[in-house]
Design a protein around this ligand. Structure first.
Ligand code: ATP
Ligand code: MG
Ligand code: MG
Ligand code: MG
Length: 532
């Protein structure tokens, strides 16, 4: 069986093409085209959404798609499926990953064929021992009036999976939705047991087979604007991902049936590789080891040793993982035309350029990568850019746009890294100067912390400012900061009112996207009204 990344990817694609008559389509760009419900492409099915919704242009090539397979570049660093908080802490989530998928449109095949093809590929082509594989199926959702998916359960039993290795879960785990709205359906998942029968099973999810049958339409209207300011406070203060019901489903969670049923599957290449290479971690595969080695050589930190949680004293291994993960995501996104854009003038695109929420997410990734590499791994300035050729080497064969743009990606990353390092240094100086003037029982003034976070000044995220103060053992005037955030939120809500008065609608898609990815609106941008 194949074990190296390129061979494993190819084996997936040729299995579906040669054995099961699927047409191979290229990965879509990670920049969603014409879909405001998405920040980045987060699954292989995104580009096929018009087929699911029955809105595909009958003259387009896509209208003829029946059996399709591909390897899709996915980014989950914001929006509904965001994994940003887990990245670095665990051994299986990335902000960028490759999703291997196969599709059967308009019922050309359904549950039975989908499950048996997946089983055949995993056990016969990749040679994974059957007794290491577990499956889960949808246990139903009484609130939405959906019963358990016993059909999938029976199919797995027929394929030889014993009931003892089957689990059923509710909508949280086994009902897949692309975003807060859009096509959705029950799913059945294949998991791999890392423990291998020794002690309790340790399952890692490998492959998700979704049976698209429903559409969840957006609710009737966004929340009243008068509530806006209150909702924004946690976002501004803590960069929290707020639970604001923008773009929420209908309140009763009602689902519409899709015109036709479809199969939509996705398996993470990095996780599959780890299994095939006998590793517990996606970072110990040939997609990541060259990067981890390059980080070791470039920083002089002790070599990566795969520790997690409390065992990872000094957070060195976490930093290795964060930096390796983020530089992949940054490279892939820049190659597809989304850049963090910390440096340089926005040019004629002005506000639209600055407000692009995907850019804000990338900026956050870049800053995290800079902080983790400089503070925890002692990276020299300009280090991040030097990792780009390593990313191009590992992924450029599968995604040639990386090769085509490699020099531009490296120089953009380096420029943005330098710009952020300069802001960081200046921020430190301002903090030091302010702290020197404080009396022994004084708190750090909220106005200074606030001004450091405004892009007119330095654009440092508030959580970073707080961290820098903590390091100095100084307390921040949190009440004052909350007051400032409240004023800012009210200001922003007031700015939105004239829009309504003029009979215009607020672009809740853009606003919701900005807020859900959790970057405070004042993070980088001038005092713009991002709700306009
Ligand atoms: P998990 O429960 O592990 O977060 P998920 O249920 O969110 O995964 P799906 O949306 O079902 O994932 O995506 C299909 C497959 O893509 C998963 O089975 C997994 O193999 C892979 N995958 C999902 N998220 C990530 C990620 N952040 N990094 C790497 N692989 C991922
Ligand atoms: Mg997930
Ligand atoms: Mg899951
Ligand atoms: Mg899943």
């Amino acid at each position: 069986p194949p074990t190296q990344a390129a061979a494993v990817r190819d084996a997936f694609l040729s299995f579906f093409r040669d054995r099961h008559g699927h047409r191979l389509v290229p990965s879509a760009s990670v920049r969603p085209r014409g879909d405001p419900s998405l920040l980045f492409v987060n699954a292989g099915m995104n580009q096929f959404k018009p087929i699911f919704l029955g809105t595909v242009d009958p003259r387009s090539e896509m209208a003829g798609f029946r059996r399709v397979a591909n390897s899709q570049k996915c980014v989950r660093a914001g929006g509904r499926h965001s994994d940003l908080e887990d990245v670095g802490r665990d051994l299986s989530h990335h902000t960028f990953f490759e999703m291997l998928g196969n599709w059967a449109f308009r019922g050309v095949y359904f549950k039975e064929e989908a499950c048996s093809m997946a089983w055949e590929l995993l056990t016969q082509v990749y040679g994974i021992p059957e007794d290491r594989l577990w499956v889960s199926y949808f246990g139903g959702d009484p609130k939405a009036g959906l019963g358990p998916d016993l059909e999938s359960r029976d199919i797995w039993l027929k394929l030889g999976v014993p009931a003892s290795r089957m689990l059923s879960f509710g909508p949280q785990e086994n009902f897949w939705e692309m975003g807060d709205t859009g096509p959705c359906g029950p799913c059945t998942e294949i998991h791999y047991d890392l423990a291998g029968g020794v002690g309790a099973p340790q399952l890692v999810e490998l492959w998700n087979l979704v049976f698209m049958q429903h559409n969840s339409p957006p609710g009737p209207s966004p929340i009243p604007l008068c509530h806006l300011s209150v909702c924004l406070i946690p976002v501004i203060l803590w960069g929290a991902s707020p639970c604001i019901p923008f773009l929420a489903r209908e309140k009763d969670g009602s689902l519409q049936p899709l015109p036709q049923r479809h199969v939509d599957t996705g398996m993470g290449l990095e996780r599959l590789l780890a299994v095939l290479q006998g590793r517990r971690s996606t970072y110990d595969t040939d997609l990541f080891s060259p990067l981890l080695n390059a980080i070791h050589q470039g920083c002089g930190a002790p070599p990566y040793s795969g520790r997690v949680g409390a065992a990872d004293e000094g957070h060195t291994d976490t930093a290795y993982r964060v930096v390796a993960d983020h530089i992949r995501t940054l490279s892939i996104c820049i190659a597809d035309g989304v850049s963090p854009g910390m440096s340089g003038a926005p040019g004629c695109w002005g506000l639209i350029w600055a407000l692009n929420p995907s850019r804000l997410v990338l900026r956050r990734l870049l800053r995290r990568a800079v902080r983790f590499s400089t503070e925890l791994l002692r990276a020299p300035p300009g280090f991040l850019g030097s990792l780009v050729p390593v990313v191009v080497e590992t992924l450029g064969g599968a995604y040639p746009e990386l090769q085509r743009n490699s020099a531009q990606i490296a120089s953009l990353v380096s420029e943005d890294e330098a710009a952020f390092l300069a802001s960081l240094q200046q921020g430190r100086r301002i903090i030091e100067r302010t702290v020197r003037r404080l009396g022994p029982s004084d708190v750090f003034p909220a106005e200074v912390a606030w001004s450091l976070s405004l892009s007119g000044n330095l654009g440092l995220p508030l959580d970073l400012v707080k961290l820098m103060l903590e390091e100095k053992g100084v307390q921040l005037d949190s009440a004052g900061l909350e007051r400032l955030a409240q004023e800012e939120a009210q200001h922003r809500a007031q700015q939105a009112e004239p829009v309504q008065e003029q009979g215009l609608r607020l672009d809740v898609h853009a606003l919701g996207a900005l807020q859900r990815q959790g970057v405070p609106p004042t993070d980088d941008s001038p005092k713009y009204n991002y709700s306009l």
